[in-house]
Ligand binder design. Structure first.
Ligand code: ZN
Length: 430
């Protein structure tokens, strides 16, 4: 039910836009999301700003691009398909011969009908992407002396912007579940319009619900967007985020697959495993060594937010990946619904877990608080083993829910629950 509406918006309004790291198509995408969710915040980073080891690139705008043959016939037109132009191509307006043209013409030889999707963000170049079948026809129909006019009407704004979107759903606690997807791919459906569509459906679902935890949705240009976002918000993220997911290639109906975080044992990983087992879904778990999206940033040393990724069929693992066949024949309502169902349940699982976090660095001084006496007076622990408070606090590092803590410290769950409430009331955990 949640998917239907957003599937339509995705296919009709978002799919045709020429998205990239920056520029009008990406901003328009955010504005369309905002039309549906007025609390979406559209924010930006300035071009040339340094973020960790990177620099925000200039803003790229493209109006038009085409190739004319000697009869003035448009044989390639950006307006037919925006992936005809290599993303971030520099402007060009020139007559060149067939040989020169071929040097800047990209195809996938093994897939005669597919137009490849290519970008060159940090290396200034220009190029056109076409189907191998088209290139073969070109070689047959023209000879070496024929001239072609190539036009790419693009520009770089040195003082430009890199836009991104953020949607925050306040829960009972400030502890936060982070959901990230990317918005930098042009007319491609699974990678990654599917992530945008599923994110919208999730916003709809979770904003109509009383959540225990807060949920933050990010719509970022991949890699540079997440690096910039993390660099700006690291302290807050480290303080509040207890888990979350990256949504990528989540709309085809072929497989269920995922990538757990680096060590595969975090709250996000466990909640996702519980989801697949609840629905009795067979899934493929890709090694973290095969990562390719923003888990590269969110799981980096020093960041360690340990997000897991949810896919239907992972990027790089389907033949339509990064070419024009990644369209709405591949991405279906059924596929998106399947992706939504998994993401929704995994988030619910994280939301339902009680995850205590110690308020003090190092052991708090319990003696001065009179806790030992209080504990025995309240009859929380039978044998008055007050050391258990310290055991509980040791495992209250945000990585364990109370069930896991019960196992670690060898107490029954109902006792641990009492201890949890007691420590909350004594302001030793939150
Ligand atoms: Zn991609």
């Amino acid at each position: 039910m949640h998917i239907e509406n957003f599937f339509k918006i995705g296919r009709e309004q978002l799919y045709p836009l020429c998205r990239s790291l920056s520029g009008r198509g990406t901003l328009k995408t955010l504005k369309i999301i905002k039309k549906n969710f007025k609390n979406l915040k559209i924010k930006s980073f300035k071009s040339q700003q340094k973020v960790f080891d990177w620099k925000i690139p200039s803003q790229w705008e493209i109006k038009n691009a085409y190739i004319l043959d000697k009869y003035n016939k448009k044989i390639v037109n950006f307006k037919d398909n925006n992936i005809h132009v290599v993303g971030y191509s520099r402007p060009i307006d020139k007559k060149i011969n067939l040989q020169q043209l071929l040097k800047n013409l990209h195809t996938i030889p093994s897939m005669p009908d597919a137009i490849p999707y290519l970008t060159s963000y940090y290396n200034k170049t220009w190029g056109f992407c076409v189907a191998e079948r088209f290139k073969k026809k070109l070689l047959k129909s023209y000879n070496e002396k024929d001239k072609f006019k190539v036009v790419i009407d693009s520009k770089f704004k040195f003082k430009g912007k890199l836009n991104y979107g953020e949607y925050y759903i306040k829960g009972k606690s400030k502890k936060e579940i982070l959901i990230s997807t990317y918005i930098c791919h042009p007319s491609l459906a699974n990678d990654n319009l599917s992530g945008i569509i599923v994110s919208m459906a999730l916003i709809k679902f979770f904003s109509n619900r009383n959540n225990n935890k807060s949920i933050r949705f990010l719509f970022l240009p991949e890699t540079i967007g997440s690096i910039a976002y993390i660099s700006k918000n690291l302290d807050e993220l480290k303080k509040n985020v207890i888990g979350g997911y990256i949504l990528s290639c989540i709309g085809d109906d072929r497989n269920h697959s995922c990538m757990f975080s680096k060590y595969g044992d975090t709250i996000s990983d466990e909640s996702l495993k519980e989801t697949y087992s609840k629905f009795k879904i067979k899934y493929k778990n890709y090694s973290f060594l095969h990562r390719g999206s923003d888990e590269r940033q969110f799981c980096s040393p020093g960041i360690d937010l340990s997000l897991a990724s949810i896919f239907r069929t992972k990027y790089g693992e389907f033949p339509e990946y990064h070419n024009s066949l990644d369209d709405f024949n591949l991405v279906t309502k059924k596929g998106l619904k399947g992706g939504f169902k998994i993401a929704k349940q995994a988030i619910l699982n994280v939301d339902n877990k009680i995850i205590p976090i110690a308020k003090y660095i190092c052991e708090p001084q319990l003696g001065k608080r009179g806790l030992y006496k209080l504990l025995s007076k309240k009859n929380i622990i039978d044998n008055q083993d007050c050391w258990k408070i310290l055991d509980f606090l040791q495992y209250s590092d945000g990585k364990n829910d109370i069930n896991k803590i019960a196992e670690f410290i060898d107490l029954k769950i109902n006792v641990v629950k009492k201890l949890y409430k007691f420590l909350i009331s004594e302001k030793l955990i939150y």
